[in-house]
Ligand binder design. Structure first.
Ligand code: HPA
Length: 247
C-alpha cells in the first residue's frame, strides 16, 4: 500500500476491542510518530464497502496508559495527518444524574473540565499570533446527531465532567460536580475535545455509563470487577451504534 492509501475521513478513539467491528475488514496497521510524540497505539485502518475508518486505542492496545498519561496531542495530530475530519470518541464514565444509571449510553452536549497539568493546546510556541478557539459548543452538532440517530435509546443533552484521575472521585467531589451541573464523569474527554477543535476536526462522544459515580444511588464503594462486567456488556451495544453511525 502506498503512503496516500493510509487515510480515512472518520476515526474512532476508544477502548481496546472496538476495532473488531462486525462487517469491517482490517486493511493495515501503522505506527506513526508525530512532532508531538507517539500516539497511544498504532493506527488501525478498517473498511466496509466504501467506508474507511481509522481506529486509535486511547489507552494503548494493551490498555496500559492511564488517562492523565495519554498523549492527546500526538493522538489528534496523527489522525489529522491521516486526513481525518470526524472523530467519534468512545468513553467509559460514571453516572451522576438519576436518569443515567450503569449501562446507559449518553451522547453529551457540554463539558466541564477539571483536568490539570495536561497539554491543552497546539498553539503554544513559535506563534504568529495568540489563538483562542471558540468552544461554546464543544461537540459537533452534526456528529452528535449522527450518533443519536444510530442509538435509539441514547440520552442527549448531558454535561460531561472530566476529572484528572487516575483515582475515582470522593462522594463530596461528585456532589460538587452535581451542583456544577454535571450528569456524567470520566477522565478522558479533555483535552481530547479541544485539541480536535484546534485542528478543525468534528468531534463527538459516545459515553457508556459503567458505574454510579461515588456516592450516587447509595454507592459506598466502586468495584472494578463490576465496572468491567458492564464495559464488556455495554461495548457490544456501542459497537452496534458505531456500525450504524458509520455505514
Ligand atoms: N469517575 C471518573 N471516571 C470514570 C468513572 C467515574 O466514576 N467511571 C468510569 N470512568
Amino acid at each position: 500500500m502506498n503512503e496516500q492509501s493510509f487515510v480515512a475521513d472518520i476515526a474512532i478513539i476508544g477502548g481496546t476491542g472496538l476495532y473488531q467491528l462486525d462487517g469491517f475488514e482490517e486493511l493495515e496497521r501503522r505506527k506513526l510518530v508525530t512532532r508531538w510524540g507517539e500516539p497511544s497505539s498504532e493506527l488501525i485502518l478498517m473498511a466496509a464497502n466504501n467506508t474507511r475508518v481509522l481506529f486509535l486505542a486511547r489507552h494503548g492496545l494493551q490498555h496500559n496508559i492511564p488517562p492523565h498519561k495519554v498523549n492527546y496531542q500526538a493522538n489528534l495530530w496523527a489522525l489529522k495527518e491521516c486526513g481525518v475530519k470526524k472523530i467519534i470518541a468512545v468513553a467509559a464514565v460514571g453516572g451522576i444524574s438519576q436518569n443515567m444509571p450503569p449501562e446507559s449510553i449518553v451522547i453529551p452536549e457540554q463539558i466541564l473540565d477539571y483536568t490539570y497539568a495536561r497539554k491543552q493546546t497546539f498553539f503554544e510556541d513559535s506563534l504568529e499570533q495568540v489563538t483562542h478557539i471558540d468552544f461554546t459548543q464543544p461537540y459537533s452538532a452534526e456528529l452528535r446527531q449522527r450518533l443519536l440517530d444510530a442509538a435509539e435509546t441514547a440520552i442527549q443533552g448531558a454535561t460531561y465532567a472530566i476529572t484528572q484521575g487516575p483515582r475515582l472521585e470522593t462522594a463530596a467531589e461528585v456532589k460538587k460536580l452535581q451542583r456544577d451541573g454535571a450528569d456524567i464523569v470520566g477522565m478522558t474527554g479533555m483535552p481530547e475535545a479541544c485539541l480536535a477543535r484546534e485542528l478543525e476536526m468534528q468531534y463527538a462522544c459516545c459515553a457508556l455509563v459503567v458505574n454510579w459515580a461515588a456516592g450516587c444511588a447509595g454507592t459506598t464503594k466502586i468495584e472494578h470487577s463490576e465496572m468491567q462486567a458492564i464495559v464488556d456488556k455495554g461495548m457490544v451495544q456501542v459497537k452496534a451504534i458505531l456500525k450504524k453511525a458509520l455505514l
